[in-house]
Design a protein. Sequence first.
Length: 262
Amino acid sequence: MGSAVSDARSSPAPARLLVEAHGLTFGYGREPILRDVDLRVHQGEFVALVGPNGSGKSTLLRLLLGRLRPWSGTVELFGRPPWALRERGALGYVPQRPTLTSEVPATVEEIVATGRIPVGRWWRRLGPADREAVRHALESVDLLELARRPINELSGGQQQRVFIARALAGEPQLLVLDEPVAGVDAASQQRFRDALVHAIAHHGTGVLLVSHELSAVAHDLDRIVVLKGTVQFDGPAARLASAGVSLGVHAEDLPQWLEGLR
Ligand SMILES: Nc1ncnc2c1ncn2[C@@H]1O[C@H](COP(=O)(O)OP(=O)(O)O)[C@@H](O)[C@H]1O
Ligand SMILES: [Mg+2]
C-alpha cells in the first residue's frame, strides 16, 4: 500500500551496530589465540558467545572493549575505536573475575548505585527512579538481602553479582558479561534472564553474554557465536540444531558438543 515514500517510512530503521569486529587476529605470545574473527552486536540484540575453556572468549571481549590491541583487524565500539570511548555509561562490562579497585568499605547498595551516576556527574543526587533501578538490579542477581553489607565481606561470586547489578542499574547501550551465572540455581538463572530481557525490551540494550549455561535464555537469544580460535558458527540457535545441538530442550547438548570441539 501507499507510495515509495510511505513504504520507506513504514520499514523499521536498521538497528544500530554497537560493536563490530572484523578480521581480528591476536596472541599473547608468538602464537595467535584468535585468528580472523568477525563479530557484530546490534542494538536490542541478544548474542551468546560460547566455546571450550581456553578458546579465547575472554580475550575476544578484551579486544572488543579496547583493553587489548589486535595484531591485525579492526574493532568499532559505538562507531569508534574502542580506546576512544567517551560515554562510559554506554557500556556495562563485567569481566570473568572482577577485582575490587578500592579499599573503601562501601556497601553493596552503594556500589550498585554508582552505576546510576554518569562519569563526571558524581554530585548528582539519586532520585526515586535511580533507587528503583538499584533495587531492581539487586533483586535480579539475588542480592537484596545483602544490600547493606560491606562488599569486602562478600565471596568472590557474590562480588561478581554486585558488579553485574551495577552494570544492569546503569541501563547501558551494550552489556558485556563474561560467565556471570556459573553455578547458580535455576530460579536465580531465571531472574537473571528476566533482567536481561527487560534491558533489551525497555532500553534497547544489546547483550553479549559468555556462558555455558544457556538453557534459561535459549528462547531469547538472537544468535549464538561458537568460538574456538576462529568463529566455528554464528547464527540462530535453531540452525545449531542441524549440527545436533538443541539448547533448552537438551540443556546438556551444548557443553557436550563444545567438548567435542576440543
Ligand atoms: N594475560 C594472558 N597472558 C598470556 N596468556 C593468556 C592470558 N590470558 C589468557 N591467556 C591464554 O589465552 C588462551 C585463551 O584464554 P581466554 O581468552 O581466557 O579463554 P576462554 O575465556 O575462552 O576460557 C588460553 O590459552 C589462556 O591460557
Ligand atoms: Mg574466559
